[in-house]
Design a protein around this ligand. Structure first.
Ligand SMILES: Nc1ncnc2c1ncn2[C@@H]1O[C@H](COP(=O)(O)OP(=O)(O)O)[C@@H](O)[C@H]1O
Ligand SMILES: [Mg+2]
Length: 264
């Protein structure tokens, strides 16, 4: 349903993403991992049609996104950027309503289906009591959940999330990961998310793409990533993958103290 082939993106003379490939099926969850500056946000923004690649192709259900209008893309794909912005006075409900723009008719009339989607998004992000609060009165975590709700209300089959759990306490991190999992299994939503927590990625994702300096160095399932030895190499850390349960991918246990410190 979503596919990228030979995708290359540059900012001026600097190439941020080179020859990137990705292919998503309905209900698949994919993590985009890699060090800071490796091109994760660039890849997501290109897939959302927000930056124009200098090479390669992005298609949704076989149609090139360059031939699709903003509204057509929004019906198929919802994108939550890493640092979204909205006017401070806007309320949670208003933000979520904006997520419905692709569905709302010519005269901006919201029907029952729109209201249902908005309610569903509020409930599933734990924001029912926050609907009429302005965004400026929310904590970072509450605001992040409001943005997730706006993306959910869009009811798109493809969901792109750029570090959706950043700013959230560990309880809400688990809830977001859980929600992503449910959306994929119950609504066959295809999810691509940039995420820093490797173990959350390992636990919930069907596939993982690992980027290093704009290049795709791994595309496969979590178990194969653990076997590849690439995590230590790309992130320049010491650690090991520890089995936690039969049928579950292993857990990466990073050494938090560098050897040089211990031997000093
Ligand atoms: N708007 C921009 N203009 C110029 N360079 C950019 C811009 N956005 C990102 N970059 C550069 O592109 C590279 C990839 O960035 P990004 O996709 O944001 O990485 P990540 O999301 O993995 O941290 C980095 O070197 C970054 O400095
Ligand atoms: Mg980023």
């Amino acid at each position: 349903m979503l596919s990228c082939t030979s995708l290359t993106v540059s900012y001026g003379r600097r190439t941020a993403l080179e020859d990137f490939h990705l292919s998503m099926r309905p209900g698949e969850v994919r993590a985009l991992i890699g060090p800071n500056g490796s091109g994760k946000s660039t890849a997501l923004q290109a897939m959302a049609g927000l930056i124009r690649p200098i090479g390669g192709q992005i298609t949704i259900n076989g149609n090139s996104i360059t031939a699709m209008s903003r509204r057509q893309i929004a019906k198929e794909l919802a994108f939550l950027p890493q640092q979204p912005s909205a006017p401070d006075e806007m309320t949670v409900a208003q933000l979520i309503r904006q997520g419905r723009f692709a569905h709302v008719g010519l005269f901006g009339r919201y029907d029952q289906r729109d209201e249902d989607a908005i309610q569903w998004a509020l409930v599933n992000t734990g924001l029912s009591d926050f609907a009429n609060r302005p965004l400026r009165e929310l904590s970072g975590g509450e605001r992040q959940r409001a943005w997730i709700a706006a993306a959910l209300a869009q009811e798109a089959g493809i969901l792109l999330l750029d570090e959706p759990t950043t700013f959230l306490d560990i309880g809400y991190q688990v809830e977001v990961i859980d929600l992503v999992h449910r959306l994929s299994r119950e609504r066959a939503v295809a999810v691509v998310m940039a995420i820093h927590d490797l173990n959350q990625a390992m636990a919930v994702c069907d596939r993982i793409s690992l980027l290093e300096q704009g290049k795709l160095v791994f595309d496969g399932n979590p178990t194969d990533l653990a076997r590849s030895g690439l995590v230590e190499q790309v992130f320049r850390v010491k650690g090991r993958f520890v089995p936690i349960a039969h049928n579950a991918p292993p857990h990466f246990d990073v050494e938090l103290v560098r050897r040089s410190v211990l031997t000093a």
